[in-house]
Design a protein around this ligand. Structure first.
Ligand SMILES: Cc1ncc(CN)c(N)n1
Length: 232
């Protein structure tokens, strides 16, 4: 098949994005994201999100490393490893950025207590590290996780947005074009693998995709957790 034919073809994840557009919008157009985009964000919510996300990103490193390992063992295309390796390398920079941003906002990262929604999402990712989980399923989860952030924060950078100046750097971290391209590369990998996968693996990947969307919504919800109800 010619390359241009391949890119024009609608892949399985593209179909899921249409089929589950309500769930997808729930994750990418959450009230927390709207509040950033409208410039009405409550700074204590932003700080809570920042601390929780630092914990999440640290915990997701072994998951991404496990996806890399699966790609190295199972992929029929060596460029997958390079794409995922790019993601692993970006985590280093991301963790340094969290430290810088936390000191700007006076958030003490060492004092962050992970909330239950965060712990649940981290254990879900940990469950996907098992060698029983197919590469196709794991890369679908990874693509979905990265894409929700890319789409959400890119929305805050659109021309008609009113994102506060001091939050633009956060939005650019995930909303920039380079990160967008990287998410598209992950999407191509997921589509290619799903195209060849048996039906039960495709169903499993679709369930995992929907679970990621649910966990992402719960994650955003934590930003407006009342201090009295920190078990979210
Ligand atoms: C909850 C969450 N989801 C996704 C991302 C993007 N790696 C993140 N930093 N945090």
């Amino acid at each position: 098949m010619e390359k241009h034919e391949k890119t024009n073809k609608m892949g399985i994840v593209d179909k899921w994005l249409k089929k589950h557009s309500v769930a997808y919008s729930g994750a990418t157009r959450h009230p927390f994201i709207h509040s950033i985009r409208h410039g009405t964000v409550d700074l204590s919510s932003f700080k809570r999100w920042l601390g929780q996300d630092y914990v999440f990103v640290r915990a997701s490193v072994p998951f991404v490393a496990s996806v890399l390992l699966k790609a190295w063992k199972e992929s029929d295309d060596s460029s997958d490893v390079e794409v995922i390796l790019g993601g692993v390398a970006a985590f280093n920079d991301e963790l340094a950025w969290f430290k810088k941003e936390a000191s700007k906002w006076d958030v003490s990262l060492s004092d962050v207590v992970p909330l239950n929604a965060n712990l649940r999402y981290c254990s879900f990712l940990e469950s996907l590290m098992s060698s029983d989980i197919e590469y196709t399923v794991a890369i679908t989860a990874f693509w979905a996780c990265e894409t929700v952030y890319q789409d959400s924060f890119a929305h805050c950078l659109e021309d008609n947005s009113n994102t506060p100046e001091e939050l633009r750097e956060t939005c650019e971290r995930w909303g920039n074009d380079g990160f967008g391209q990287y998410c598209l590369s992950l999407r191509e990998i997921a589509n290619r693998l799903l195209d060849k996968a048996p039906a039960d693996v495709v169903s499993k990947a679709e369930v995992v995709f929907l679970r990621v969307l649910e966990y992402e919504v719960e994650f955003w919800n934590m930003s407006h957790a009342e201090t009295s109800g920190l078990t979210l």
